[in-house]
Design a binder for this molecule. Sequence first.
Ligand SMILES: [Zn+2]
Length: 411
Amino acid sequence: MLTLGGRGPRRGSSLSNLGIIKDGALLVRDGLIAAVGTRAEVEALPEARVAEKLDLGGRVAMPGFVDSHTHLVHAASRAEEYELKIAGASYEEIARKGGGILNSVKKLRAATSEALKKRAHAALKQFAACGTTTVETKSGYGLDVASELKILRLHKELAAEQPLEIVSTFLGAHVVPAEYRGKTGGAERYIQLIEENLLPEIGESRLAEFCDVFCDRGAFSVVQSKRVLQAGRQWGLEPRLHAEKLTRTGAAQLAMLMRAASCDHLEHVNKSDIQALGKSETVATLLPGCDFHLGLKQYAPARALIEAGAIVSLATDYNPGTSPTLSMPMILSLACTQMHMTPAEAITAATINAAYALRREKSIGSLEVGKQADIAVFEVAEYREIPYYFGVNHCWMTVKRGRVIHAAEQV
Ligand SMILES: [Zn+2]
């Protein structure tokens, strides 16, 4: 059993410490972990004698994955763009031709809430089947008042209707919507809409915990991003940021300056960014699924970030344009083979450090007394086989708050 217990976020060599207990066991009470130890220790507890037993048959148990970056609610895939990318078109070329994010925006605006919800529910079942127990999800394919609120309200409904924990993020500043493009001051007028017509409603109705911005070439500048994040904070939304994905803009420095929970992507960080992240409380979330799907050669410098002491985390970036995967085991495989993280580092990044990226480290991310009993069980001989068998899901069981929410076979 991998417990991932310990104090504080994992930096440097502590990413390799999985807190392994051989022949381990947990005692769960009311969805929370009441005791952790070896089977002999836990079974000796008076409460354990009367508890219902669930034998995992010697399989590998670990904290459920915390997927801290997804764009769960969208209307359809962009499989048509996949072929264009394979033929050599870049992400930005496709975006200029009306594809990319604006393509998803068009589809989402035309979709009913019911259709969007049905698609999201189906995806959440697959997240659970891959061992994920918490999913952050962003708006950002609406880009007008009604559609952005439609997505954020869906986050709330999804959280109530199914077992996975949903963390809602407002990403109104994903890109400038088509109706504001090509006009002087278009981006500024759209930001004004966010400030005056979206954030007050989101803040008052508590529709999101975080405010995110896509700060990059073709999206929002550092100055514009800062303005949006500051406005979000006034309504109680904590900042996080899409940073240094296509180019280096200084977004990671902005994230640290604003004490953001996380800055995500980071393919184009430079040496001084890496050094600063090494000392920062802002988590460095890496999204190798995105680089893999786009066929890019430049992944984020995971090794340099770990060596500098950054709080490195991993997420799927599940979205229809650049990372259509919801499999954290696949992300671990990519982190290992493409970014040279070890299996242990990748597991830590996808659990306890990801919990820090969502400011939920007190309740999830490790198997420790007092935390939620969020558990992923894998049908493997040892933990290294989870990323080793790439593209195959060996998740055998998923437990959320003490309740089995996915089982590969009848138990
Ligand atoms: Zn994203």
